[in-house]
Design a protein around this ligand. Structure first.
Ligand code: NDP
Ligand code: 8X3
Length: 258
């Protein structure tokens, strides 16, 4: 088993959902948490919760992964004792809008590509050289079943998650010969703020996505992430694909009527 006690785990997008749950599960194992997101107050709540429940250190900072200069500045500026990152969870991501290509909004497309693809690249580029130099590290990317199967109106979100899968495979190849591990975790329906963000704040529309099914929870995904991170150092879990029992593909969902 890889022991994460006192190791540094860096999670992007830890202010809610899967990132928040993962921060808590890594803290349970005694890891020190470096967490970021755009919403500072929400990050502070997560930090406080971890500090109350576990004897680990948390360092949180506001960072928008879409901004290359901000990513470089923030990661260069983290205190020296936080620089030796052992696990990077590239989790920050979103779906914005749910429209056909012919009706899609350019700003939604840019938000998804800039966050899910370019943001992931900026953060990875800043963190990976240190892992290679220290001969220790694990990059865990949040993909999606949307990166394996396209669905109507998923278009640009699908493309961004197909890109995450390609990058995951590419990283695994480029890192061959180093001890750095690479994993993608690709979930189906997980009830988080994801759908509220996709539907631009429309909570009622978002709740319909999970109606009549038992969706995955953020803790279910965090369990898988922590499992991959704690395998023995010679074991690389390349891909984890997981769905609720009530789902067979992005379009095939078994809904009970009441
Ligand atoms: P949430 O909306 O609950 O969480 C998304 C997190 O990403 C938030 O902490 C948000 O923080 C952060 N984030 C978004 N944009 C940025 C940015 N520009 N810079 C920094 N942080 C950012 O959704 P989930 O927990 O569900 O999503 C986490 C990941 O899981 C995403 O990559 C998503 O695509 C993926 N996923 C989700 C599934 C689902 O069904 N929920 C299924 C498959 C994959 P803030 O707004 O404070 O910046
Ligand atoms: C989120 C899952 O099916 O809404 O990545 O695309 S889905």
């Amino acid at each position: 088993m890889t022991n994460l006690k006192n190791k540094i785990v860096f999670i992007t997008g830890a202010s809610s959902g899967i990132g928040r749950s993962s921060a808590i599960k890594f803290a349970e194992l005694g890891a020190n948490l470096l967490i970021c997101a755009r919403r500072k107050e929400r990050l502070e709540e997560v930090s406080k919760e971890i500090a109350l429940r576990y004897k680990t250190n948390v360092h949180s900072f506001q960072m928008d992964v879409r901004d290359h200069q901000e990513v470089e500045r923030s990661l260069n500026g983290i205190p020296a004792e936080w620089k030796n990152i052992s696990v990077l969870l590239n989790n920050a991501g979103l779906s914005s809008g749910f429209d056909t290509i012919q009706e899609g909004a350019i700003e939604d497309w840019e938000a998804m590509i800039d966050t899910n693809v370019k943001g992931l690249l900026y953060v990875t580029r800043a963190v990976l050289p240190g892992m290679i130099e220290r001969k220790e590290g694990h990059i865990i990317n949040l993909g999606s079943v949307a990166g394996r199967m396209v669905y109507p109106k998923g278009n640009v979100y699908n493309a961004s998650k197909f890109a995450v899968r390609a990058l995951n495979e590419g990283m695994k190849m480029d890192l061959l010969g180093t001890p750095v591990r690479v994993t993608t975790v690709d979930p189906g329906l997980v009830e988080t703020e994801f759908s509220v963000v996709r539907f631009h704040g429309d909570k009622e529309r978002a709740s319909i996505v999970y109606k009549g099914i038992t969706p995955l929870t953020p803790d279910d995904i965090a369990d898988a992430i922590v499992w991959a991170a704690t395998r023995p150092a010679h074991v690389n879990i390349n891909e984890i694909v997981m769905m609720p029992v009530d789902q067979a593909s992005p379009m095939m969902v078994n809904r009970k009527s009441n």
